[in-house]
Design a protein. Sequence first.
Lengths: 159, 389
Amino acid sequence: MREILTVLEADARATPERIAGLTGIPEDEVRAAIAGWEAEGVIRRYKTVVDWDRLGDERVTAFVDVTVAPERGRGFDDVAERIARFREIRAVHLVSGAQDLRVEVEGSSMKEVADFVAQKLSGVERVTATSTHFLLRRYKDDHQLLTEPEPDQRLSVMP
Amino acid sequence: MGAPQKPLSRVVEACPPSGIRKFFDLAQTMTGVITLGVGEPDFPTPWGVREAAIHALTRGATTYTGNSGLLELRELICADLERRHGTSYRPADECLVTSGVSEGLDLALRALLNPGDEVIVPEPSYVAYQPCVAFAGGVAVPVASDPEQGYRLDAERIAEVVTPRTKAVLFGSPSNPTGAAQSAADLTALVALAEREDFWLVSDEIYDRLTYTGTHTSTAAVPGAWDRTVVLNGFSKSYAMTGWRVGYVCAPEPLAALMHRIHQYTMLCAPHVSQVAAIEALRSADPDVTEMVADYDRRRRLFVKGLGELGLTCPEPGGAFYAFPSIRSSGLSSQDFAEQLLEEQKVAVVPGDVFGPSGEGHVRCSYATALPLLEEALERMGRFLAARA
């Protein structure tokens, strides 16, 4: 049954009929499984991987390492959730190492991102330090290579 | 004066050129062709394997290796066969690393055959089997398999062509071109026949990891078979490593020793860097293989169903990445079907008769092709057939 998810992960638009054809699992079982996973939150949402660079869009992303003074009894949860609620925040992860949270910030210009970090993020209670790394180029996202695919070099007919 | 007037090798001249050649030349002149005609994965070699080979080149893996191949690789191969097939070979003298199964096949036949010895080849068969028998001084004895029975190895049919000169039966499972994966029961019947009539089994298992409907049975794992079986295998198909030219043969020591002798005088060794890549493949690329197999399996379901809807029926292929549908409903010969399909719809398939006369009325389609292209190919084949209905 996990194969259904493998197919969906590669192509969120795959219909139950198509998934049934590809996996050999009956269509009604595919529908039921997907409905179940949607209800349980195993499937969180259906997503499109967009290479915005190719559209020429100006988007600026920064990875910000955030040091946090944890709260007694709550650890990092409260701070992480407060940070995560900002519209500008794309992702929040608690990581091991010198810093505590690694967050991804997105904006339409470098100034916008810098202002967000300086004025909002660093001002969140219990945030003691930030270290910002601007993203220069994305090569792979969600297991998807964003570089040119390798050409098929096979000859057209071979034994 | 020009070239000498004395005749060139009669054995080679008597061997017809591959029927695929003409077809290949035609396809090469065209653009926009969707090819289902290729006997190799559309995946590139897993990156970790390529990275290991690049690193090895920087560290000097540019020399010959010992004739048998790197010991580390042979140890990994034997451990892998033991784990997956339950067969046991000594890395030191029962396993030889070759330049692909193609070399292994040639070595096995040359080490086995005396002039005039007969080798039974169930058809449809891989294009190289019968020519290689002839080049080794033997006589190929084809025997047709039944599509109605899913091209299973039929020991009774084979028994009908056994003679005192029968030295071996040569077959591939899973099969190129039919995709048939042989069952333990059918192999057991064949082994019993081999014991009774005293011949060898040359078992090409290059597609062993690419099975979808059951688990692969290695011929050598069938009780009584080990002492009379040569197993040919390699990295080309499972690990998407066709261009590296690295494979192996496993056989009982007396035969392995003779194969080794030919290999040391003709090939010397398989490419060093490819052997290092093969080591990395066995060490770390199994998850890549699992993903590729799952992907082939999805394409297989979609493609075989699509063929059925077009009236091009075929027994469910249990392994490899080929479907071998009947095209009789089109009223065309397999050569005409393949040629016209290429010219009119730009889809390349391989006419079935190149795999032996019993392949007539069929074409070989490889589904080692990306899903959207497979779907487009099915549509084009639909238009091709509709124009003839």
